[in-house]
Design a protein around this ligand. Structure first.
Ligand code: ADP
Length: 615
């Protein structure tokens, strides 16, 4: 079994080795390949932008050194206009650059989100049993949204600042190399503290994301219908509120720390920002006094300094951003790297219409290595036969039904459908052959029609009506305010338990599968609902191979074969009368049930004491 996600995150992102980070960079860059054209255009924009950015200080130099001393009004106007024009063009270029980087950012985000959703959908059931819903959604949502920032804010910025920095360095060396050396020598003062801040930020981002996922998890659990009812039923509102408040406060403190972590660094950067111009005016000014340099050159030089220290401090904080962004990608990659334990084989057989022959051959299964859940299960269901699984709670009945649609694969042994090993059948076609009606069948928050069509999108109105009639659901639909268009509510909570089951049965009838897994509800229904369900099951069970976790006497009696499971083994096998005659576990369960009250049909044979199964 895989570790729950929480465990994955305990690996602090600070301790991720450099090689892994370099590998991640390669993976990240692969996402940009489809946007090569836009990327080249951005590069062009950046180059043009920095060329135009370099023009202005040169014009200032000419104004001070030539136009003003020569009293040349025409040249002065031309140079002033030139300044305006170059900044206008630079502005237009930056708009184009912005547009392009947004396109790439949104595009990469779109791709990652699709890929992540497909990846999650392909994981085996065990993942969802162990993962917390809040965490999964948080990754899909906030982590992926963070990517947009990374692309538009970080990656484009790195390139733009680097180019600006390089071109400015070339320019200042051209203007005056002694002043340039002094200016450049100050640069490392900006960059060294940035590394430390980056590390702290990266760790904090990872921690914050984790805590926010916890917060979402609490929201989802307590504000879903089931969680809400549980909370209210046990009067746990204040406890939940306290839990939420505590987690919320952790998130708040983390975010404040995250926002403030670079404060010293940025203060120092600000200080160094004035150190440069001061030095240039001091040294350059003395050169002007000795007439070794023109005044215009000193002023232009200081104007260039803004283009030097701006990008340098930006690059230093970009480094902070990049490391922060890496944490986001690392979390996303953790998901991407998970492999489903149930996968399609190459050249797997595609079954169009199954005959409905199911066979288990010495199947064993465990969730945890040290705890076998099913051992040596062998049985065969011929097409159209019904197998009833009975036995105490926890015997492994539900798990057995999970193996047929390959929600899990057996640890050993074979399961065959129409004589073909399930592992050789394409997953999609396998699952199309199997209809599932569980105790608590899930329905989408949509109309009855949409829920029905989910099973068979090409079903006609007539098919739907007939399936609903067969499932004893049509009268209920007609009684609903908008018939087939009635919205059933979150997880079908607007339907009664019996209606939800009959909708699930109608769905399977509509899908027309030859194999059906039926996990009967253990909860008792009122006698009307009970009769309706009995009637609804008739057409479902007819001509189909059914593997039923059976709790109703009526279902059990009609089974062609009853498998009595105990501690993951088949301890008895046969028909109702044969097993009764044998006088073993089945007979014991049956007798205690009869003692307990023959009228209570639901919940039969689900526990040794004969009380309804509480699971
Ligand atoms: P039944 O349907 O007969 O009540 P189950 O198949 O639900 O029994 O469970 C069989 C055993 O497997 C139980 O001991 C249960 O605790 C265990 N089990 C069920 N699901 C999981 C899971 N996802 N991870 C670990 N153990 C599980």
């Amino acid at each position: 079994m895989r570790a729950p996600l929480g465990d994955l995150d305990t690996e602090s992102s600070e301790n991720i080795p450099m090689s892994a980070t370099r590998g991640n960079l390669r993976r990240i860059s692969a996402y940009f390949h489809p946007y090569a054209q836009e990327s080249w255009l951005i590069l062009l924009c950046i180059l043009l932008g920095s060329i135009f950015g370099l023009i202005s200080p040169l014009l200032i130099r000419s104004i001070i050194d030539r136009a003003i001393p020569d009293s040349d009004m025409y040249l002065l106007s031309l140079l002033a206009l030139g300044m305006l024009g170059s900044s206008l063009v630079a502005g237009l270029i930056s708009v184009a650059q912005n547009y392009l980087s947004n396109r790439i950012g949104q595009g990469v985000m779109y791709d990652v989100r699709n890929q992540l959703y497909a990846q999650l959908q392909g994981l085996h059931l065990g993942f969802f049993v162990n993962a917390r819903a809040g965490e999964t959604i948080s990754r899909l949502d906030s982590d992926v949204a963070g990517i947009q920032n990374v692309v538009t804010g970080t990656f484009v910025n790195v390139v733009a600042q680097a180019i600006t920095l390089t071109s400015t360095v070339i320019m200042i060396f051209y203007l005056s190399w002694p002043l340039a050396i002094v200016s450049v020598l100050i640069l490392p003062l900006f960059i060294i503290p940035a590394r430390r801040v980056g590390k702290i930020r990266r760790a904090l981002t990872s921690e914050t994301q984790q805590e926010r996922a916890d917060l979402t998890h609490i929201l989802q659990e307590t504000l879903s219908v089931g969680g809400y009812v549980l909370m209210k039923a046990f009067g746990r509102e204040s406890m939940e509120k306290e839990k939420f408040r505590a987690k919320n406060s952790v998130v708040m403190k983390l975010q404040i720390r995250q926002a403030l972590v670079g404060r010293w660094y940025f203060m120092i950067v600000g200080l160094f920002g004035t150190l440069g111009p001061a030095l240039v005016y001091w040294i350059g000014g003395s050169l002007v006094l000795r007439e070794a340099m023109t005044l215009g050159t000193v002023v232009a030089f200081v104007a260039y300094l803004a283009r030097l220290y701006g990008p340098a401090s930006s690059l230093a904080s970009v480094h902070v951003e990049v490391t922060t962004s890496m944490a986001l990608f690392e979390r996303i990659f953790q998901y991407m790297d998970m492999r489903s334990e149930v996968t399609d084989q190459q050249n797997a057989t595609v079954i169009k219409q199954s005959q409905g022959e199911v066979e288990f051959r010495e199947v064993s299964f465990h969730y945890r290595q040290d705890y076998p859940v099913l051992q040596n299960i062998s049985f065969r269901a011929n097409p159209g036969e019904m197998i009833a699984l009975v036995g105490p709670s926890g015997a492994g009945k539900t798990t057995l039904t999970y193996l047929l649609p390959r929600f899990y694969d057996p640890a050993s042994g074979f399961i065959l459908l129409d004589g073909i090993d399930l592992r050789n059948i394409s997953l999609e076609s396998l699952r199309k052959q199997i209809g599932i009606v569980t105790q608590d069948s899930f329905v989408y928050h949509a109309s009855v029609r949409q829920n029905l069509l989910y099973a068979n999108p090409s079903a006609t109105e007539e098919d739907m009506r007939s399936a609903c009639e067969d499932a004893q659901f049509y009268e209920s639909v007609r009684a609903m305010p908008w018939g087939f268009e009635t919205i059933v509510g979150e997880n079908g909570y607007r339907l009664s338990g019996g209606e939800r089951q009959r909708l699930a049965i109608a769905r399977v009838i509509l899908a027309g599968t030859r194999v059906v897994i039926l996990d009967e509800a253990t909860s008792s229904l009122d006698s009307v609902s009970e009769t309706l369900i009995q009637r609804a099951l008739e057409p479902l069970l007819k001509d189909r191979t059914v593997i039923a976790v059976a709790h109703r006497l009526s279902t059990i009696r009609r089974a062609d074969q009853i498998l009595v499971l105990d501690h993951g083994r088949i301890v008895e096998q046969g028909t109702h009368s044969k097993l009764l005659n044998e006088g073993a576990l089945y007979a014991e369960l049956y007798t205690t049930q009869m003692d307990w009250g023959a009228s209570v049909d639901a919940g039969l044979l689900s526990s040794r004491r004969g009380k309804p199964d509480a699971s």
